[in-house]
Ligand binder design. Structure first.
Ligand SMILES: Cc1cc2nc3c(=O)[nH]c(=O)nc-3n(C[C@H](O)[C@H](O)[C@H](O)COP(=O)(O)O)c2cc1C
Length: 358
């Protein structure tokens, strides 16, 4: 398994949904930075399940315990290690999945890759629960970035065919991002949130699930950050974002839509603002040209597939009998992972940006 990420700021995530604990070790953090535990807990609470019907009814205690690297609220420079105890396991819900793998989940591929030795309970190391570790690490990085004037916020851009108002790629403000990053179900338009919640509830009642897109913006990143060809800002962000379970697409700026434009529509015209700073009139490129930041907001979107574990009966194979079979999944699952994934996307962006700016 490769659960270690980063060049200058490195994170290593361990554990599984039903192990004693999950955790993260962070290396390369700047010594002397103070870290506010309350801010970390606020971010972790946004990801924690059981808040309403858009998420699983599982109650998980997402209280991190810091084992090393923080003394009297200040980073010591030694590796920062935090664990989060697993306290709500129902292992019996998963016992059959080694035989009849869940369509859309990693049960089948993991059992091939690890010769059946993988821990299947609750999805093991593939569980969305592991994203609690990302949120912890991101909440640490976010505090350091904020002192450098870098602000990160994301919203639920879409659920199925329901869309929110996009962020303004030129005019998005630090305040707007800070507001979004303190909400559980952040949207720009309150009407969009209502429609999205209704759609998630419809899918849940129909024993189904639904996917969606998270849009994220970062302000305050200076021009000139990024190391192309392979260490560009797009490369670094995409690398960590694809580590989030259920992410199936990442796009920067106008992304795939830009393939339909003419150059005259897509090019972002440069101009000097009143302070003599180079800015662009539009921001189709998402604040990145040649893998290097322009100084405009960095904008990207991550597409999440529908939750694979659905209660509806599905076709699968029986790896014991070698015959075709069916499966009705029991257990507690998110009808839509997107609202809980918003703080995870912000956290991944914070870790990536601190790595790039270190
Ligand atoms: C916050 C979050 C919560 C998730 N919760 C569930 C869940 O309850 N049930 C489930 O089957 N998948 C859930 N997933 C998605 C699976 O972990 C993921 O689809 C699976 O590991 C297969 O990986 P892949 O989709 O990246 O291919 C969740 C993902 C995230 C980000």
């Amino acid at each position: 398994m490769s659960s270690t990420w980063g060049e200058k700021v490195k994170i290593s995530i361990f554990g599984g949904s039903h192990t004693q604990a999950i955790g993260v070790v962070m290396d390369g953090l700047p010594a002397g930075e103070s870290i506010d535990m309350n801010e970390i807990l606020k971010q972790m609470a946004r990801r924690a399940p059981g808040k309403d019907k858009t998420s699983t009814s599982r109650k998980e205690n997402d209280e991190p315990q810091i084992l090393s690297g923080l003394l009297d609220g200040v980073l010591t420079g030694a590796p920062l290690c935090a664990i989060i105890a697993n306290t709500n396991q129902h292992s019996k819900d998963y016992s059959g999945l080694k035989v009849t793998p869940r369509p859309g989940h990693a049960d089948y591929t993991a059992s091939i890759r690890y010769n059946g030795a993988n821990d299947i309970r609750g999805g093991g190391h593939f569980s969305g629960r592991l994203t609690a570790c990302l949120v912890f690490a991101g909440a640490v990085c976010r505090q350091i970035l904020q002192r450098k004037g870098v602000h990160i916020g994301a919203h639920v851009y879409s659920i199925g065919g329901c869309f929110d108002t996009p962020l303004d790629p030129v005019g998005v403000t630090d305040e707007q991002l800070n507001d979004l990053s303190s909400c559980y179900f952040p949207t720009v338009s309150p009407a969009a949130e209502t429609a999205m919640r209704t759609l998630i509830e419809e899918k849940r009642s129909a024993l189904d699930s639904i996917g969606g897109i998270v849009e994220c913006a970062v302000t305050g990143v200076p021009a000139g950050i990024g190391d192309p060809m392979f260490g560009g800002v797009e490369n670094v962000l995409a690398h960590i974002l694809y580590g989030i379970p259920a992410v199936k697409g990442v796009e920067f700026g106008d992304g795939f839509a830009a393939a339909q434009y003419c150059g005259s529509e897509n090019n972002d015209a440069f101009y000097y603002d009143d302070d003599g700073t180079v800015r662009t009139r539009t921001n189709h490129c998402g604040g990145i040209l040649g893998g290097i930041t322009t100084g405009m907001p960095v904008i990207f979107r991550a597409a999440f597939k529908p939750t694979p574990s659905i209660a509806r009966t599905q076709e699968t194979v029986n790896l014991q009998t070698g015959k075709n079979d069916t499966l009705s999944i029991v257990g507690r699952h998110d009808p839509c992972v997107v609202p809980r994934a918003v703080p995870v996307v912000e956290a991944a962006a914070a870790i990536a940006l601190l790595d790039l700016l270190s």
